[in-house]
Design a protein around this ligand. Structure first.
Ligand code: ZN
Ligand code: ZN
Ligand code: ZN
Ligand code: ZN
Ligand code: ZN
Ligand code: ZN
Length: 438
């Protein structure tokens, strides 16, 4: 039994003319050799079969159904013998697909591929991808073939999703090990670094709170530290008064605050003020004084001239180092500071005069120990009275310091001595520790 594939031959040579129907199978053959090979596999099944025109013979294979139809028999041919000559006059196949799935084709299947693969296109191949083999990662409707499945941006494992975060913007793909789910939206995932940007986590170990406060401390080039803390673990340095948000501090910078040089503390305050909105005014000299006092610089805290001079030097440094933001803020605040300094120096001189009068009063009050107490008195600060529209809203306050063992004698029984000093001087007299925290 031989087969002649006479698709192109003018004269049929066989005794049995057949049509091979491959439309129900997934086979796609090309060239006579492949058809002959297929026929060799089919022929044994036909051996001994009685032959009739119009009667189809069908085989089920793992490529699908294959059918042979007899269209013409030579006179006298009724049964297939070993030497029966077959002639395949036509092969019915599905129309050649214009877009075939390359992955299916490698497995010997011909499948329509509706999806394009960027990787294939870039490689100059016009192959497409079928529904079964198409790779669509979570997070973006971008199709690819299995060969061009993206790798994880971190570990090069096969990626499973595209990150929705501000750095990746659904372009970069990542694997499941590097997937962080949005806390509420199950369809949105982030890579670890984008998640950190979108949902900053509190720096406090074991706390999963969202970081709502960033550390404001800047490095030498003006970059904020940026460590985040949740509302519960946020540490603040209230440098701008109670009404305004103070400097955010991470644990490290909070711990280091007291050991920081005064001029560096002032740089941090001015830098944060400069980074905030335009209507955010740079603090007054008294505010710097207050903030220097609560970081342990008690001497400098009331020396407004030194504070002002340090701020001037800071401005020169910033103009030299190119930190124009801070330099600009310092320049804008300068005129106000000069006015404030003049008033403060006047107030400081007034404080010295009041202290001298207080010493006299103390000496007169207690003839025996009065001179000792008077000599131990130290001026901390005089706060001028607050007068608005001719009305005194708050009396002047003379803040003084005195060693604890002498304080009782100074105050007198039921505060009678200090009450007299207040009346005589026309100002309140308070120990430094009595200063209201603001
Ligand atoms: Zn496929
Ligand atoms: Zn591809
Ligand atoms: Zn990964
Ligand atoms: Zn990302
Ligand atoms: Zn926390
Ligand atoms: Zn920090």
């Amino acid at each position: 039994m031989t087969v002649v594939h006479s698709e192109h031959s003018a004269v049929p040579a066989g005794e049995v003319e057949v049509v091979l129907d491959l439309r129900a199978s997934t086979l796609s053959l090309s060239g006579a050799a492949q058809y002959a090979e297929l026929w060799n596999q089919l022929e044994s099944a036909l051996l001994g079969q009685s032959l009739r025109t119009g009667a189809p013979y069908q085989w089920s294979s793992h490529f699908g159904d294959i059918t042979v139809e007899i269209v013409r028999l030579a006179p006298g041919v009724t049964v297939t013998h070993e030497n029966t000559r077959f002639d395949v006059v036509a092969v019915r196949e599905r129309a050649t697909l214009s877009y075939r799935c390359a992955t299916c084709a490698e497995l010997g299947k011909e499948t329509y591929g509706p999806f394009v693969c960027r990787g294939c296109a870039d490689a100059g191949r016009r192959d497409r991808v079928c529904d079964e083999h198409v790779v669509i990662l979570d997070g973006a409707l971008i199709t690819a073939c299995p060969l061009h499945r993206p790798e994880c941006g971190e570990c090069r494992q096969p990626a499973t999703f595209r990150c929705a975060g501000p750095r990746c913007r659904t372009k970069t793909a990542w694997c499941d090990a590097h997937r962080v789910a949005h806390p509420e939206d199950p369809d949105t995932d982030y890579c670890p670094s984008c998640y950190q940007l979108v949902f900053p986590v509190c720096e406090h170990s074991g706390c999963n709170g969202v970081g709502t406060m960033a550390c404001d401390i800047v490095d030498g080039s003006g970059h904020p530290c940026g460590r985040q803390a949740c509302t519960r673990h946020a540490l603040r340095w209230q440098v701008f008064g109670h009404e305004r948000t103070g400097l955010g501090l991470c644990k490290q910078h909070h711990a280091a605050l007291r050991g920081t040089a005064p001029v560096e503390l002032m740089r941090q305050i001015v830098s944060t003020a400069a980074r905030r909105s335009d209507d955010f005014r740079t603090p007054r000299l008294v505010s710097f004084g207050h903030n220097l006092r609560n970081t342990g610089h008690r001497q400098l805290a009331v020396d407004y001239r030194s504070i002002y001079e340090q701020l001037r030097r800071l401005r020169d440094d910033c103009e030299g180092s190119g930190d124009r933001h801070v330099a600009g803020a310092l320049r804008r605040a300068d005129a106000g500071w000069q006015r404030e300094l003049a008033a403060l120096v006047g107030t400081a001189e007034e404080g010295e005069r009041l202290l001298a009068r207080l010493r006299l009063l103390v000496e007169q009050q207690d003839g025996r120990r009065g001179p000792e107490i008077a000599a131990a008195l130290r001026l901390v600060e005089f706060k001028a009275p607050r007068v608005r529209n001719g009305v005194t809203e708050r009396r002047g306050i003379l803040f003084i310091d005195l060693p604890a063992p002498l304080r009782g004698l100074f105050i007198g029984a039921k505060g009678v001595n200090v009450a007299r000093y207040r009346t005589e001087l026309g100002v309140d007299v308070k120990f430094e520790g009595d200063r209201s925290r603001r």
